[in-house]
Design a protein around this ligand. Structure first.
Ligand SMILES: [Zn+2]
Length: 353
């Protein structure tokens, strides 16, 4: 019982989609110190009636709370940060995040009027120590700004915990993937790489945001009526691509949906958004000629209260679509949301024909 060990204990997110909560422990079984990586939620759907949000069960680590050295966040997706505002006050440890991710977390804490969380903003290539863990952030690429892998060096060896990532050879926003740092990790030797990447088992390479931007530009330029585009609000690169494509087609952009406004605001606050981007207010957008406006909407996953679902039901205060208008889904179907998305698309087909 006196031998020190390095243990990996996922409390959520392994073998399931959503609510990531990973623990790494170092020490003897009776005396371990812990680090948590990510603290996310899973969204309810048709299979969980009445439940909107699901958090991982933190009971184990709450019992070991005094030995929890910190919570490290890899990126700002809800399945990685969504439970921070719910659980950080219980965990009571310092939280570490890069500027954009920290901005999103701070907004959630403020919304819930939670004070006293020790939120530390770190650089994208930060290196610091907590107890026996020598921690280094490594810049990756993903569908949200500032995705970071975390290197944990311990006296028993090194772990590379990637969080979500893909290899985008031509990202349009933020730094490139730090391949030199990753290669060095390989050269120095790793005990394990704990890796999360959608479609990791599919052969081939992931597409680049640069290619998406080109095809969006072509597609939007070809439209004559109003255009509504939906995407994940957190995909700031995509939001910028859509805005640039709109500008190329001489269309102003109007943002619809709370999370779209929140993310664009956060991106602007940390200096991620190109300064020339501007937006028209919903009340003014309705007065613009149909071929000179593009609406950027939340609701790509069929969420019933999001902007696009309300537009589809003809219940949106600021926008009514009709034939000759176009709706573009610039988003994948997250497994489990198929039914909601197809229902939404059926409503839109009825509306636009
Ligand atoms: Zn992610």
């Amino acid at each position: 019982m006196s031998k020190k060990e390095l243990v990996f204990l996922p409390l959520g997110g392994s073998g399931e989609i959503g609510m990531n909560m990973n623990l790494y422990g170092f020490g003897t079984p009776n005396n371990r110190q812990w680090l948590m990586i990510d603290c996310g939620v899973m969204f309810g759907n048709l299979t969980t009636p009445g439940i909107d949000l699901i958090c991982p069960d933190p009971s184990y680590i709450l019992e070991e709370r005094d030995a929890l050295l910190g919570l490290l966040l890899t990126h700002g997706h809800e399945d990685h940060i969504g439970a921070v505002a719910h659980l950080a006050p219980l965990l009571g440890c310092p939280v570490y995040a890069t500027p954009f991710t920290a901005n999103l977390v701070q907004r959630k804490l403020s919304e819930r009027e939670i004070k006293g969380v020790d939120l530390n903003i770190i650089e994208m290539d930060a290196r610091f120590s907590l107890g026996p863990f020598d921690i280094e952030y490594v810049t990756l690429t993903h569908s949200i700004p500032e995705p970071s892998g975390v290197v944990l060096r311990t006296p028993l060896g090194t772990i590379f915990h990637t969080g979500d990532w893909k290899i985008d050879k031509a990202p349009t926003l933020g730094p490139d993937l730090d391949s030199a740092a990753i290669e060095k990790l390989g050269d120095d030797g790793l005990l394990a790489m704990v890796c999360d990447s959608t479609n990791v088992l599919s052969k081939g390479t992931s597409g680049s945001e640069t290619d998406v931007r080109k095809s969006l530009t072509k597609l939007i330029a070809a439209q004559k009526g109003r255009v509504a585009v939906t995407t994940f609000a957190s995909n700031v690169s995509r939001v910028v691509s859509i805005c640039e494509a709109a500008a190329a087609a001489d269309r102003s952009v109007c943002l619809l949906g709370r999370s779209m406004l929140r993310i664009v605001d956060a991106a602007r606050e940390v200096g991620l958004l190109p300064e020339h981007l501007s937006f028209v207010e919903p009340k003014d957008a309705g007065h613009l000629p149909r071929r000179h406006i593009l609406y950027l909407c939340t609701g790509s996953q069929g969420e019933s209260r999001a902007a696009l679902a309300r537009i589809a039901r003809n219940e949106h205060r600021d926008l009514t679509l009709s034939e000759d208008d176009t709706v573009i889904f610039s988003s994948k179907i997250i497994p489990g949301n198929d039914r909601e998305i197809y229902d939404l698309q059926n409503l839109l087909v009825d509306l636009l024909r």
